[in-house]
Design a protein around this ligand. Structure first.
Ligand SMILES: [Fe+2]
Ligand SMILES: [Fe+2]
Length: 292
């Protein structure tokens, strides 16, 4: 790829990210929350102030903290107590999932609904990939799965950004791709119409939110066949399983599995055996919390 092409791609990527900031698709309070939870030096007091201004977040936090999984002997009533009980890891998941859900709920571009895409599909896909990522990270890499959950929720956020900022162009992309879903390459068609793609746009936005670099890398390369990090491997496997189970962001033909992921699955067949059961349990747990 030459310098000129690279520059064109960078400019287009910036254009969509700037546009979504301009439209205030993500409320300022939520962006502030994202930046705070991804900063290791943030104090509980700072989090308390940021959460207090968002009543939806307050109610969900209190619901979570008083849920069966986290319930202690005494009922928790204040935001500060909740933050301490929930812990930063759970809070990160809650904030990220909330950001996505709220935007999807509020967004109605009036286009695309009768096509192979809906915001509900995108939300279900993102949450399924997030939950799967967490399970896979625990099973294969001994990780607590927290970073992987966040990466999973956000991996297709570029799609949301394109749909919000350029619904007509996105309709064209989906229409062209739908002509032969098994053969057409979605990223290539995005590049043709937008001079960029949802992976690059998503990664760029995540830079603005201080997301850890492994998360940004995995999001940027979530359709690449070159797998370099565990977070990226986890995300791609989760994305594949979600598609295979018909939890796709965009209704598609056969879910594609690249050879590196195939090897990963083969080599870890034992560890992955119980995955379906765990997924069902985890999905049930979050059903009420996130209005699935
Ligand atoms: Fe994607
Ligand atoms: Fe995806």
């Amino acid at each position: 790829m030459n310098i000129q092409t690279n520059q064109k791609i960078n400019e287009a990527t910036d254009y969509y990210v700037d546009k979504v900031t301009e439209l205030q698709t993500f409320p300022a309070a939520t962006i502030r929350m994202m930046q705070l939870i991804n900063n290791d030096n943030t104090t509980v007091d700072e989090l308390e102030i940021a959460i207090s201004v968002d009543p939806v977040m307050v109610s969900r936090l209190l619901r979570l903290v008083n849920s069966v999984a986290l319930k202690g002997r005494e009922e928790i009533k204040t935001i500060k107590e909740s933050i301490v009980r929930v812990g930063l890891n759970n809070l990160r998941e809650l904030v990220t999932a909330d950001l996505y859900r709220e935007v999807i709920k509020e967004t109605d571009t009036g286009v695309l609904e009768d096509k192979d895409f809906s915001f509900k599909l995108l939300w279900n896909h993102s949450l399924t990939v997030a939950i799967l990522s967490k399970i896979i990270a625990k099973l294969l890499y001994n990780s607590n799965g927290e970073r992987e959950f966040m990466t999973g929720i956000l991996h297709d956020i570029g799609l949301l950004i394109i749909i919000v900022t350029a619904p007509v162009t996105m309709t064209k992309v989906i229409e062209e791709w739908s002509k032969d879903k098994d053969k057409n390459d979605f990223l290539e068609i995005e590049m043709k119409h937008l001079n960029t793609n949802h992976c690059l746009i998503g990664a760029k936005l995540c830079s603005q939110w201080n997301l850890p670099s492994e998360a940004k890398y995995a999001i940027k390369n979530h359709h690449s066949t070159l797998l370099k990090t565990d977070v990226q491997r986890t995300l791609q496997l989760a994305n594949y399983i979600a598609d295979r189970k018909r939890f796709s962001a965009i209704l598609q033909g056969k879910a594609k599995l690249n050879s590196m992921i195939k090897r990963l699955v083969k080599g870890n067949a034992d560890k992955l055996r119980g995955l379906d059961g765990v997924l069902r349990k985890e999905m049930n747990k979050v059903k009420d919390l996130y209005d699935l």
